[in-house]
Design a binder for this molecule. Sequence first.
Ligand code: ISE
Length: 334
Amino acid sequence: MVLSVGVVGTGNIGSYHIERLAGRLSGVRVSAVFDVATQRAEQIADSIGARAHAEGMDLVADDDVDAVVITSPGPTHAEFVLACIGAGKPVLSEKPLATTVDDCEKVLEAEIAHGSRLAQVGFMRRYDHGYGQLKAAIDDGSIGEPLIVHCVHRNATVPEAFTSDMSQTDSVVHEIDTARWLLGEEFTTATVLRPRRSPLAAEHLQDPQLVLLENEAGVIVEVESFVNAQYGYDVRCEVVGSEGTVELETPSVASLTREGQRGRSVPTDWKERFDDAFHVEFQQWVDGLGSSTVSGPSAWDGYAATAVSVTCVEALNSGRRTPIHLREKPALYR
Ligand code: ISE
């Protein structure tokens, strides 16, 4: 059976996912698209033989749409995810699941009322080979008890519209999810420090930022977020344990030696760095739906990531160590 997918949002990440779903994965086709930029949506629809809808909700209701991928701007995610759950259709939403904790809770309630999982959140790093190896080393006890996690999240540059809060909700949110997943514990407090600002950052932007998160087991996760690092996209992670450490290596690229220098290239952006991870993420999602199974990052993971990143924004603004409050985990997600 070929899964017919509708994609909400045909911008930067939307067109990237459409290209993959329509041409590079097996067992799936893109049957419908929607974007508020209607011309762009129509062009993309024409190029792949899909239908362009004038309204996002019409796409969700379309009989030729078995499942939905949401890549529209973050503030619109919740209403589309809720509509998909209402229609009983599986939905893969790019992060965030919703931009507010209240909206994330509405999604949890809707899914609980439905009685089974339909929503998956696009935390693609969980599908990266290197992160998978980190998790295996933690789970099999190779490094003993995890104690500290050091993370680096650097972007070459960001658009002018990128705000200080987005450093947490758009970038650090990935470390929040991966660290929750790697360690299998929830976070309890957040502190965000403001180092000296880069002169190359926009005036309104606090960049870099340094985050300290503590989890239920007392592990401290430290994240440097620096979104104007200039030289490329650089994501690092080292987990320090009681018996050893495990860290991500630079993704395998050839090293070039010439004119007295030896060097390796750095990825330019997250698409280049995580292309393989996106591929695995989507193929597993499609394959799972063949047996009506949704097993990737859940609505609970989306809720927790939003709750932690919103608390990080509070901590950035107050300068204080701030408690993180999560509701009790519902049985559906245990
Ligand atoms: C972007 O929105 C992403 O999701 C990327 O994965 C992240 O690394 C980047 O910092 C964000 O701006």
